[in-house]
Ligand binder design. Structure first.
Ligand code: PHB
Length: 393
């Protein structure tokens, strides 16, 4: 995957134009800029995902005249490298060294778990713009922790229903061995086995390894009806290409959560054609809201948006909804939290609300790769809410 060029001048120009249009109304007058800490991967297999999230977040801020809830924004950034071992130190750079008001991050579930632990202690507001770790809106849920993306359970569960409905009986699951893959497979297994299917084998390799050959040989020998998979970013590009190159694609259909083919299609080319996935976003949704977003994103960054861009954009929308309710003043913390909890976020994916544990309640689309698009072919699961198991707010 080619890393996305960052075109901040274009976003700045948009911000200036929006500021002119919005006039000088400044409900947050007298308050210093709000410090937003972005903790995202800038290197490694998830680097492009981090860029898309940041692009999306900045696009919404720019559309609001460079402000959220009337308050100017200053950004602080840390490259977390998708490394859970460094995550506590990294998030504390933002919380303790930079004194940020809000942390936005991250992509990797293991990193997000460490971040959730840190903000529980510091009580800093956290908005997770990707990482699906179930515990973040489960046992670790807290008033100051929100997610603009999904729980790992959600797209996995939806795919379990889809594959069972297609008549598949025996499936093999293959993924990286860490929270995201394990939890997506768990969600998949829950729905697939409830509907009479059976997960005959779970194959894993350590994150972010991409030596798939031995595992593909195992799949070929076991001859399941179908394969369910989670990979993302650079790893997903290689997996889809290797699956096709191993000659498996025709005989054993490949399915996955939508990360398998999101933001990756240019690099995967024909090897991804026809693959069915489940996700809370799709290309060509054909709604005015999504079209406007995609146009603005493409104009600002000379790139097509993907699910990660949408999640970043919506993280900014959620923060904006909270700040607007308190005129930018974070001292009214309870009111800010209540406003986010009750917000209806007008997302490019379709409007969503938040569950009691602060995770989006959202439609999960069934998508099929057609050319360079993840085309929505239906809704796999309508208004799917994560069960929020273990959350006591
Ligand atoms: C995760 O680690 O939670 C994760 C990472 C990349 C994705 C989705 C989930 O695309």
């Amino acid at each position: 995957m080619t890393p996305a060029p960052i075109q901040w001048p274009a976003v700045k120009a948009l911000a200036a134009a929006a500021a002119l249009l919005c006039g000088a109304a400044a409900p947050a007058q007298g308050l210093p800029p709000l410090k937003v800490g972005l903790m995202l991967p800038a290197t490694g297999t998830y680097a492009a995902l981090g860029t898309a999230i940041e692009n999306g977040f900045r696009l919404h801020v720019a559309e609001q005249g460079g402000k959220l809830g009337g308050r100017e924004i200053t950004f602080f950034k840390v490259d977390d490298e998708s490394d859970p071992a460094k995550a506590t130190d990294n998030v504390n750079k933002l919380i303790k060294r930079d004194g940020v008001d809000v942390v936005v991050g991250s992509v990797h579930s293991g990193v997000a778990l460490a971040m959730a632990r840190a903000v529980k202690a510091s009580r800093t507001l956290l908005i997770v713009p990707n990482a699906g770790a179930d515990a973040v809106t489960g046992p670790m849920c807290a008033p100051n922790i929100f997610r603009s993306s999904f729980s790992n359970w959600q797209p996995g569960y939806a795919m379990g229903q889809v594959m069972a409905a297609k008549g598949h009986k025996k499936a093999i699951a293959i993924t990286w061995k860490y929270a995201a893959g394990e939890e997506m497979v768990r969600g998949f297994r829950e729905a697939f086995e409830k509907a009479g299917g059976q997960v005959v084998k779970e194959l894993t390799l350590p994150f972010p390894n991409v030596e798939f050959q031995a595992l593909l040989t195992e799949i070929a020998a076991a001859r399941p009806d179908a394969v369910f998979s989670f990979f993302a970013g650079g790893g997903a590009v290689k997996f889809v290409k290797d699956y096709a190159a191993a000659g498996l694609k025709k005989g054993i259909p490949l399915y996955g959560t939508g990360f398998l083919t999101d933001g990756t299609l240019e690099a995967q080319g024909a090897d991804a054609e026809g693959v069915l996935t489940t996700l809370h976003y799709a290309d060509a949704l054909d709604t005015p809201r999504d079209q406007a977003f995609r146009l603005a994103y493409a104009k600002a960054y000379k790139l097509q948006p993907d699910v990660y861009a949408v999640q970043g954009y919506d993280a900014a929308q959620m923060l904006g909804a909270g700040l607007a309710a308190v005129k930018g003043d974070l001292n009214h913390r309870d009111d800010l939290i209540k406003a986010i909890e009750s917000a209806r976020i007008d997302s490019p994916r379709g409007a969503f609300t938040l569950s009691a544990s602060h995770n989006p309640v959202q439609d999960i689309y069934l998508r099929q790769v057609v050319g360079r698009e993840n085309k929505a072919v239906g809704v796999a699961s309508k208004a799917l809410a994560d069960p929020g198991r273990g959350c006591r707010m």
